[in-house]
Every structure is written in C-alpha cells, then in structure tokens.
Design a protein around this ligand. Structure first.
Ligand code: HEC
Length: 244
C-alpha cells in the first residue's frame, strides 16, 4: 500500500482527534503522516473561539470486508439501484403520441424508496478499499487511444486524491437522500431533477476516475447532441454510464 492508503487506514483505526483544520487543506490531508501529525495540525489551527469538543471517532460494529471489485459493485449493485430512479420518470415519443412515465401507485413509490435506500447506504461501500476490477481485467486501457484507465491508474488517482473520491461518494449518497425525501412527499415533479442529479453524480466520478480522456468526452458530447436535436451518432447509451 502507498503512504496515503496506509495513512488513511491508520486514521480510521486510531484517530481520536477532529481533523477540522486538516480538511481545510486537501494537500495536507493527502500527505499527513499519521495520528501524530494530525494532532499537530489540529493544535496549530488557531480558532477565534474555543474549539468545540472533538467528536468521538466513529466506531464500526465490526470489520468491513469487501466481496467484489469496484467494477462488479457498479454492475451488480450501484447500477441496478440507480435504475429504480432512472426508470421511474421518462418520456417516450412514439409516432402516435408521447407517453410520460411517473410513479403513481404506492408500489411505484416503494420501488423508488428501495432504490434510494440502496444508493444512500450502498454508496459508502465505495469507501471500503477493494480492487477496482477483477484479477487480470485491465479495462479498455490498452491500444493507441484507450478510452478507460486501467485499475492500476484508477488506484493511483484515488491515492493521489482520496478527498476527491470521498466527495464523489458523498455526492452519490446525497442524491439517494434527496430521493428518499421526494418519496416521503410523493412529489413526482421533483424526480426529474433528482434523476439529473443522479446522472451527474455517476458521471462526474466516472470522468474523474475512470475515463478522463478526450475520446470519452467527445462521445458524451454526441450524446448531448442526440438528446437536444435527435441526432443519432449510432451509439446506444444509458444514463450514468460510459457513453460507449
Ligand atoms: C465514487 C466514484 C463513482 C461513482 C459515484 C459511480 N461510479 Fe460507476 N464506476 C466507478 C469506477 C472507478 C468504475 C471503473 C472501475 C473499473 O472498471 O476499474 C466504474 C464503473 C462503472 C460501471 C461499469 C461496470 C462494468 O461492468 O464495466 C457501471 C455500469 C457504473 N460504474 C455505473 C455507475 C452508476 C449508474 C453510477 C451512479 C448511480 C455510478 N457508477 C457511480 C466509480 C464510480
């Protein structure tokens, strides 16, 4: 494991101090070298008022043990969970008329609640260190103009900026929470925005960690054109996904 990875696990195991000051400086968080430095940072942070008592470090009831890679977690958990939201609202244009989908029955809303809970809770499974892809799978990272980063490259990105990875996880969780609130109010109109936010949450992490290259971005642009003007560049697409 690299310095940062080791430091972060040390943090979860041992930290008793609040890192309010440290998180102001992402660089500091990415490079601090253990509990000793955290307390040093905290104590040199000058607060205008007496600092509130540091919250107790979070205790888990037991070890978190991953079962699958990030790639499989996406395929078999996060992606299916998101479909509850993406499939709940939509407009289908047929030659004859326009059919709008929206949750109507209690059963429809329950399905949405299931999806929202899976997203809000399941997002945190991405905080458990796990391989990015199954053994031997290097993604579409080979060839002259590779679309995807390899699992090794993705891991290096995360280790260089774990704060960003966590921010993307929180963003995903927030959309789950947003949908849970919408389910309580049964406000179908707000679901459109929520589905957009969800697409953004998936996409912005993918662009940051999975396919930051130009090729993928161009395809994304194609998709926007398709959505706006009905131009079909000949690719099938799905919200939240690599537009390939
Ligand atoms: C915190 C970052 C992050 C978020 C948020 C995220 N993903 Fe991913 N996702 C990844 C990474 C990284 C990969 C590539 C893993 C690999 O192939 O090595 C990936 C891959 C995938 C894959 C490919 C799986 C396969 O079998 O090839 C799908 C599908 C997917 N994500 C769907 C989603 C959807 C849908 C959402 C939103 C609801 C989402 N992801 C949110 C990081 C994220």
């Amino acid at each position: 494991m690299t310095e940062t990875g080791r430091d972060l696990s040390a943090l979860t195991r041992h930290a008793r101090a609040t890192i309010v000051c440290a998180v102001r400086n992402r660089q500091a968080l990415a490079t601090f070298a253990g509990v000793f430095v955290i307390s040093a940072l905290t104590s040199t942070c000058s607060a205008p008022r007496p600092a509130p008592a540091p919250p107790a470090a979070q205790q888990l009831w037991g070890d978190m043990k991953p079962v699958v890679s990030v790639k499989e977690l996406m395929r078999d958990f996060i992606d299916p969970a998101s479909d509850y939201v993406f499939d709940a609202v939509g407009i289908v244009d047929t030659k004859k008329n326009t059919v709008e989908t929206a949750p109507k029955t209690d059963a429809d809303w329950e399905k949405l609640r299931v999806g929202a809970t899976m997203l809000a809770e399941g997002a945190y499974l991405l905080k458990v260190p796990r391989p990015f892809a199954p053994e031997g799978d290097v993604n579409n990272s080979t060839g002259p103009d590779p679309e995807e980063l390899s699992p090794t490259q993705i891991k290096a990105k995360l280790e260089a900026d774990p704060v960003l990875w966590n921010a993307k996880i929180e963003a995903l969780r927030n959309v789950g929470l947003e949908v849970l609130e919408i389910v309580k109010r049964k406000d179908a109109k707000e679901l459109w925005d929520a589905a957009d936010n969800l697409d953004q949450a998936c996409e912005s992490c993918h662009v940051a960690f999975w396919y930051p290259g130009e090729a993928a971005l161009l395809k994304k642009l194609d998709k926007k054109l398709e959505d706006l003007y009905g131009i079909h560049p000949g690719r099938s697409n799905k919200l939240g996904m690599d537009p390939k």
